[in-house]
Design a protein. Structure first.
Length: 261
C-alpha cells in the first residue's frame, strides 16, 4: 500500500531496539527521514546504518536520557537541525519494572513515570509547535496492561492508563490545532523485554522456555507472539493520510488478548 509518506520527517524515541527500531524501519521504507533517539548511541548507529538502503532517505541519531527535564527539547532541536521540519512524533521510549507490588520501591515508581509518562509529555510539548505547523501526527506507544489491573504490573499498568488519558486529552487539543494524536497498545511482542519476561516466568515457575511461552500465551489467550514489524506497519498507516480520520484512537494490537470494551 502506498502511504504517501515519502519526504516527511519522523522522530522516534526508544529507537535503538525492539518496537522503536521496527517503527523507524517501516517509516524509512515508506521514504520518511528519521531521527532516532535513545540513550544508547552505538545501538542507534547500528539501527541507522540499516535504514540507509535508499539514497532518498536520511537518518539522524541523538543520544539522550528522556528522564532528564531538558532532554526532550534537545531531541526535537536535533531533528529540526538535521531536517528542518518535523511531521511525525512516535513516543515509544520507556520500560517499567515488573514485580510484586510490595517489593517495588519509591524509586521504581518514580523511574517508571519519569521516562514513559513524563518523557512522552515533554516530547509532545517540545514537538507540538513544529507538528502544528505542518499538520502532523503524534503516536504514543502504550500497552494492553492499561486495560486491566495485574498484580505484577502495577507500575506499567498505571503508567499506560495515564498515557491513554493523555492521548485523548492531546487529541482534543489537536482537533482545533491540526495535529492528530493516537495511541497503540501492543500485546506480547518479540522484543528483548519479552525475552526477559519469558526468563522471569522460567525462574518463577521452574519451567523451560517452551513451558514459559505456553504459559504466557495461555494467560493472554492468544495463539502466538506478535512481531515488532507488525507494530511498525500499523504506526506507518496511522501516520499517513490514509489514517487521517483517526484522532484520539487507541488501537490494541495483541492477537485478541484484550476482551474488554
Amino acid at each position: 500500500m502506498e502511504l504517501g509518506l515519502a519526504g516527511k520527517v519522523a522522530l522516534v524515541t526508544g529507537a535503538s531496539r525492539g518496537i522503536g527500531a521496527a517503527i523507524a524501519t517501516e517509516l524509512a521504507r515508506e521514504g520518511v527521514h528519521v531521527c532516532l533517539v535513545s540513550r544508547d548511541m552505538s545501538k542507534l548507529q547500528e539501527v541507522a546504518a540499516g535504514l540507509t538502503n535508499s539514497a532518498s532517505v536520511r537518518t539522524a541519531v541523538h543520544a539522550a536520557d528522556l528522564r532528564e527535564p531538558d532532554a526532550a527539547a534537545g531531541a526535537v532541536a536535533a531533528a529540526i537541525a538535521a531536517f528542518g521540519r518535523l511531521d511525525i512524533l512516535v513516543n515509544n521510549a520507556g520500560a517499567t519494572k515488573r514485580a510484586d507490588f510490595f517489593t517495588l520501591t519509591e524509586e521504581d515508581w518514580q523511574d517508571g513515570f519519569a521516562l514513559k509518562f513524563h518523557g512522552y509529555v515533554r516530547m509532545t510539548r517540545a514537538a507540538w509547535p513544529h507538528l502544528r505547523e505542518v499538520q502532523g501526527s503524534v503516536i504514543n506507544i502504550g500497552g494492553i496492561g492499561a486495560r486491566a489491573g495485574s498484580a505484577e504490573f502495577t507500575i506499567g499498568g498505571s503508567v499506560n492508563v495515564a498515557l491513554l488519558n493523555f492521548t485523548k486529552a492531546m487529541a482534543d487539543i489537536g482537533i482545533q490545532q491540526g495535529v492528530r494524536v493516537n495511541a497503540i497498545n501492543p500485546g506480547l511482542i518479540e522484543t528483548d523485554r519479552f525475552t526477559r519476561n519469558v526468563e522471569r516466568v522460567m525462574r518463577e515457575r521452574n519451567v523451560d522456555r517452551e513451558g514459559a511461552l505456553a504459559f504466557l500465551l495461555s494467560a493472554g489467550g492468544t495463539k502466538r507472539v506478535g512481531r515488532p514489524e507488525e507494530i511498525g506497519a500499523l504506526a506507518a498507516f496511522i501516520a499517513s493520510a490514509k489514517g487521517d480520520f483517526l484522532q484520539g484512537s487507541v488501537i490494541d494490537i495483541d492477537g485478541g488478548a484484550t476482551r474488554s470494551l
